[in-house]
Design a protein around this ligand. Structure first.
Ligand code: NAD
Length: 288
């Protein structure tokens, strides 16, 4: 297939490279010259605008920073510029309402489109092991699936347009809450005189067990290798967790959902990310 790829940053760069490795022809575009040059090194053809990259393709994939940019790029450069009827896939993490609005506009112009945000960070994007949570019609999902499979290990249909984004923000709200809970428990266990390894050995096979504890322990030297073992470098930046929590709290407000722990998690990450936005989100333990 010939695929346009728009947004070649930390995530998009590895994803576009994996499409090339899978045998696709990739037309790449990014505003950053450095990102564009790296895409060329990875075997992509590069273009001066998103609209030019979309000429003659079978599919368009985007991996952009936020909803306003996604809306701008699709409205200005993709819808009406990409060949009629091709499949459009936005893999960015954006708000549910904008995802639904852009998909409705694309459908109105005769395209099929999915929202397909990812779970997994830069390492998973490079390795082609992302999980995609996909919103859109059955037909759009079936067309998007082979493109996504070249970049990930799991591609899951979450239902109608925007549902991929809905899963993503609910999941990450839960992740933030259990990371903070896990960090609190380890911090208090230590103050009560417990060795962190002993607490881990018991709690990880008891009812306190959860993913943040068992797979991503915020205490260095405990559990499988995680960013805490690397001074909280790499992993999932606290600034990105704050972005997802902010999207979650906007969605809570518009949907009338009562999310007191999500709100508190957002406040804690907002304070933490002011000085420590680059650190992995498990570093929140430093404040507890
Ligand atoms: P990034 O800032 O590294 O990359 C975004 C790229 O988009 C940049 O290269 C930028 O130049 C480009 N861009 C911005 N406006 C553009 C435009 N109008 N046209 C073309 N290109 C444009 O961000 P990232 O870390 O790659 O994240 C991308 C998306 O993936 C975000 O929505 C983020 O929330 C999501 N995400 C990131 C991670 C992660 O660990 N980094 C994990 C999961 C999801």
């Amino acid at each position: 297939m010939k695929i346009a790829f728009i947004g070649l940053g930390n995530m998009g760069s590895g994803m576009a490279a994996n499409l090339v490795k899978a045998g696709h022809e990739v037309n790449a575009f990014d505003l950053s010259e450095a990102a564009t040059a790296a895409a060329r090194d990875n075997g992509c053809a590069t273009f001066a605008s998103a609209a030019e990259a979309c000429e003659g393709v079978d599919a368009v994939v985007s991996m952009l920073p936020n909803g306003a940019i996604v809306k701008y790029v699709y409205t200005a450069d993709v819808i009406g510029k990409a060949p009629a009827g091709v499949i459009l896939l936005d893999c960015s993490t954006i708000d549910v309402a904008t995802a639904r609005e852009v998909i409705a506009e694309a459908e109105g112009a005769g395209y099929e489109m999915v929202d397909a945000p990812v779970s997994g960070g830069i390492a998973a994007a490079d390795a082609g092991t992302l999980t995609f949570m996909v919103g859109g019609t059955e037909s759009a999902f079936n067309r998007a699936k082979p493109v996504l499979e070249a970049m990930g290990k799991a591609v899951i249909h979450a239902g109608d347009a925007g549902n991929g984004q809905a899963v993503k923000i609910c999941n990450n709200m839960l992740l933030a809450i259990h990371m903070i809970g896990t960090a609190e428990a380890f911090a208090m266990a230590q103050k009560l005189g417990l060795d962190p390894q002993t607490f881990f050995d018991i709690s990880s096979v008891s009812s306190g067990q959860n993913w943040s504890m068992s797979n991503y322990c915020p205490v260095p030297g405990v559990g499988p290798q995680s960013p805490s073992d690397n001074d909280y470098q790499g992993g999932f930046a606290s600034a990105l967790m704050l972005k997802d929590l902010t999207l979650a709290m906007d969605a809570a407000e518009t949907s009338g959902s009562n999310t007191p722990l999500g709100k508190h998690a957002q406040e804690l990450y907002k304070a933490f990310a002011q000085e420590n936005g680059e650190l992995d989100f498990s570093a929140i333990i430093k404040t507890l």
